[in-house]
Design a protein around this ligand. Structure first.
Ligand code: COA
Length: 159
């Protein structure tokens, strides 16, 4: 992919649900490559039992390549959990992670959610702090080894 396309400001890209089988494949592949392969986890580890009912969002560039991903699922009527947030290593710190989080929170508001929470890897706690999340304590370690912090944000439902 051309570097000038990747490096356009994040506000020129929209985050949306994948539409075609190819886009869905690219979306799950990105989740695996950016979140699970670096931990030595096999293909399939990028999915869980909530995929069918979850809100999925990805930032696509002008050529259809995935630049960032994220997913939200309802825990109950008032609470939702965000998982699988990542942006392409080649285009981090360009706002794509923020874009994905913004659209996931917008979806949560439309669903009537009042609290979004997540388990943040320790090296990205600052990213979520920038987005208004607060740390509330330790979360279970990912795969039993990778330390995580429980973080949450109160939001106002818009229905
Ligand atoms: C965490 C991650 C999704 C951030 O994506 P990104 O596209 O680089 O984030 P953005 O460019 O939208 O950053 C938004 C803000 O957070 C800041 N930020 C991003 N990553 C940060 C980090 N690791 N540490 C501190 N601040 C960070 C940015 O500087 C920006 O600050 P601003 O408000 O001053 O503009 C990305 O680094 C990533 O994919 N990491 C690897 C996978 C991962 O750990 N995912 C999270 C699992 S819990």
């Amino acid at each position: 992919m051309r570097d000038d396309v990747r490096r356009r400001p994040a506000d020129t890209f929209a985050a949306r649900e994948p539409r075609t089988p190819e886009e869905w494949d690219a979306y799950y592949t990105a989740r695996w490559q950016w979140l699970r392969a670096p931990l030595g986890q096999p293909r399939g580890s990028e999915r869980d039992k909530h995929e069918g009912s979850a809100v999925h969002r990805a930032v696509f560039d002008a050529h259809g390549a995935v630049l960032a991903v994220g997913r939200l699922h309802l825990i109950d009527a008032a609470n939702a959990r965000v998982r699988y947030v990542a942006s392409a290593p080649a285009c981090r710190r360009l706002g794509h992670g923020r874009t994905v989080m913004n659209v996931l929170e917008a979806a949560a508001r439309r669903l009537g959610v009042r609290r979004v929470y997540l388990h943040a890897r320790r090296d990205v706690v600052s990213f979520y702090l920038r987005l208004g999340y607060r740390a509330t304590g330790a979360a279970p370690a990912l795969y039993g080894t990778l330390a995580q912090t429980m973080m949450e944000k109160q939001i106002t439902p818009r229905r």
